[in-house]
Design a protein around this ligand. Structure first.
Ligand code: ZN
Length: 300
């Protein structure tokens, strides 16, 4: 078995690589390079190769397998990328191309799945429940994405959409989502969704941190926070009724709001098929490093 495992976080502006020693789970090499995604698909592949070559030079060893965190999903049916905001990747057989280019086995997962894997293997979930059977990781920021980890492995599903909790419809007559539906959870409890609600109530355009800072004496800010907790409670209960996770880790700007955790129990319990709630709901530990460590966990 390879002494190291490798992860690459393929972001819109930068690509980051981490090489982790298998026996210690310690990161021994970490490098980054600009994505320059506006220069097209071939250029992105070239940047990845440059980055890997640089790491190989430092380590004195080539990878056998590399996990990649990507902005979209590899469609398991068609074998090509979809839903990438770096649109040069869409429609491309990224795993095959990378595998050929780097002469290594390649495993891909989207950023929310990598977040969940990272927090399960190295972060908050590992800390609060080291032997968790199920970890549900949420990135609740501009949008709402999530990933499911079962016994240390990501769960991706028949269409590669497992964890697309953010596109469950929660308010059928609600705002139009970019996915084509109306009232997706993402339109309600994402940072953007909460900012829009505050604006509709108050006529004032504020950022989410500004809204949170006003909750002591602004009724519209209070209503926005109440809406967040209410819909998070319903949606989280739906997840717990189906997957019953040991730990839910919430990253992103909305995941940073203390009130979300303070009110989680009372928001979830009325909708839960159980009289008590023992799922631990926690903030993440890893910050920006989650992407690259989660990618590495794909081939751990
Ligand atoms: Zn949607």
């Amino acid at each position: 078995m390879d002494r190291y495992y490798w992860g690459v976080d393929l972001g819109g502006t930068k690509i980051e690589c981490a090489v982790i020693e298998r026996s210690t789970d310690k990161c021994v090499v970490r490098e980054r390079i600009a994505t320059e995604s506006d220069q097209g698909y071939a250029h992105i592949l070239n940047q990845i190769k440059l980055l890997i070559d640089r790491c190989v030079e430092q380590l004195g060893q080539r990878p056998i397998a590399i996990g990649f965190g990507t902005p979209g999903t590899l469609d398991p049916y068609y074998g090509v990328m979809k839903n990438c905001n770096s649109t040069a990747l869409n429609g491309k057989p990224l795993d095959k191309d990378l595998s050929q280019l780097l002469d290594a086995q390649v495993v891909l997962a989207n950023d929310a799945n990598c977040f969940a894997l990272a927090e399960a293997h190295f972060g908050a979930a590992k800390r609060v429940k080291p032997n968790a059977e199920v970890v549900f990781g949420i990135i609740m920021g501009t949008g709402v994405g999530s990933g499911i980890v079962v016994n240390g492995k990501g769960l991706y599903g028949c269409h590669g959409i497992a964890g697309e909790w953010g596109h469950n419809v929660i308010e059928p007559n609600g705002a139009l989502c970019y996915c084509g539906q109306s009232g997706c959870l993402e339109t309600v409890i994402s940072g953007k969704g909460l900012e829009r609600f505050y604006f509709e109530q108050s006529g004032v355009e504020l950022s989410l941190p500004e809204i949170v800072a006003r909750t002591a004496d602004d009724e519209h800010a209070q209503a926005t926070m109440a809406r967040m907790s209410h819909y998070f409670g319903i949606a989280a209960a739906q997840i717990i009724n189906v997957l019953d996770p040991d730990v839910i880790v919430i990253g992103g700007g909305v995941g940073n709001i203390d009130a979300l955790y303070q009110h989680a129990q009372q928001a979830i319990l009325p909708h839960l098929f159980n009289g008590e709630l023992n799922t631990q709901i926690v903030k993440p530990d890893l910050g920006d490093s989650a992407g690259v460590f989660g990618a590495a966990a794909l081939v751990k």
